[in-house]
Design a protein around this ligand. Structure first.
Ligand code: H2U
Length: 355
């Protein structure tokens, strides 16, 4: 008998592939690579001194933005049209060329401040303040979704994720087309539903809730897991346990439950490396606008959290080389990063505040 025949498979030690059913892709898991020494780039830890109110920050209440408008003295959430939209309203039509565009792109860009203070983040806000953020998200999906097929809510948090401003905020982009990621997710969920007669993510949530191997936080209404197919080391998936198509379909009770689980999940993230944890997050729900009248029962509302970190507060995961040119690869298993589950539920302020 050869040595290899005696060794039984251990996901923490042995490379393997995992299937991402939302993208129809495979991720290569090679946990043993974490043993290699790190002599690469070390990031700056997140900003330490964030003033509660900075008279020069265009997102703060009462301040002047780039376009000269003055923000109201808001005391909750505050929404404004992005002064630097990704589309120019008067750009010339590219003409007849299928490789450039097949339709008139039309988008609407908003910035939404979560809170009047710059020195708070979602896990440090009161539960009722987070509920107001969720209510505003739901209102925007309802309003913009009455015409636009896709309303993308996303939060870039931390300079490491390209966030340009420490004030707690997200962005909302509404488009008259289905962007690539939701279009792919729509195809995958539809194909699974046709084959199995059940929404993909509902079946998956049930399996994870039973196994408990990758569950980070769970409540009676919500589940946060490190998905089996996670590509980013600390990636999580947050979803309701009930079949819900869109964020505006959540009941008042479910919105409270969401505020609660978001605060708990994000606190665990912050506690992991004792920093205000960077990430990009966003909501995916059934398409809207002309799709409102279609059968979208294959969809399940969910949020993706994609944090960039790998080993510590300052060593991030680079999606380069093999990941860019061949296939996504991760260095430690989703079950191993479940340590975020044990990092406590007490909200902690991980940067000093000057009042
Ligand atoms: P990010 O940090 O996630 O990029 O969000 C900040 C957004 O705020 C960014 O898209 C907008 C930027 O265009 N912004 C304004 O619309 N007006 C301003 O005066 C400053 C920033």
């Amino acid at each position: 008998m050869s040595v290899n025949e005696e060794v039984s498979f251990d996901a923490k030690e042995h490379q393997h592939l995992r299937y991402n059913p939302l993208r129809d892709t495979w991720v290569l898991v090679s946990a043993h690579r974490m043993k290699r020494p790190w002599a690469g780039q070390v990031e700056k830890p997140p900003e330490e001194h964030v003033p509660r109110h900075d008279p020069h920050n265009p997102l703060c209440p009462g301040n002047t933005r780039a376009n000269g408008e003055i923000n109201p003295d808001y005391d909750s959430t505050f929404l404004f049209e992005n002064d630097f939209p990704a589309l120019q309203p008067d750009a010339p039509d590219p003409g007849e060329d299928n490789c450039i565009t097949q339709y008139n792109i039309c988008q609407h860009f908003f910035v939404m401040c979560f809170h009047p203070w710059s020195d708070v983040t979602l896990p440090l806000m009161k539960k009722e303040e987070v509920v107001k953020v969720i209510d505003k998200w739901a209102e925007l999906v309802e309003e913009l979704g009455s015409t636009y097929p896709w309303v993308q809510i996303f939060e870039n948090k931390g300079a490491m994720m390209g966030c340009s401003n420490p004030h707690p905020h997200c962005q909302v982009w509404a488009s008259n087309f289905l962007p690539n990621e939701p279009a792919l997710s729509d195809r995958c969920q539809r194909a699974f539903h046709q084959k199995h007669g059940e929404p993909l993510l509902l079946q998956y949530a049930k399996q994870e809730a039973e196994k408990k191997e990758r569950v980070v936080v769970e409540t009676s209404d919500w589940l946060a897991v490190v998905p089996y197919w996670a590509t980013w080391p600390y990636q999580t998936l947050l979803l309701p346990r009930r079949h819900v198509l869109r964020i505006n379909d959540l009941t008042a009770e479910e919105r409270e439950g969401l505020a609660d689980i978001m605060r708990r999940l994000l606190t665990k993230y912050d506690n992991l490396f004792e920093i205000s944890f960077p990430y990009s997050m966003g909501w995916h729900g059934a398409p809207t606008g002309p799709h409102l009248t279609e059968d979208n029962s294959h969809w399940q509302l969910h949020a993706h959290y994609y944090p960039p970190l790998l080993r510590s507060a300052t060593v991030k995961k680079f999606m380069v080389g093999y990941e860019m040119l061949a296939q996504e690869q991760r260095d430690l298993t989703p079950e191993q990063v479940n340590i975020i589950k044990t990092t406590g539920a007490k909200p902690t302020l991980y940067y000093r505040v000057s009042h």
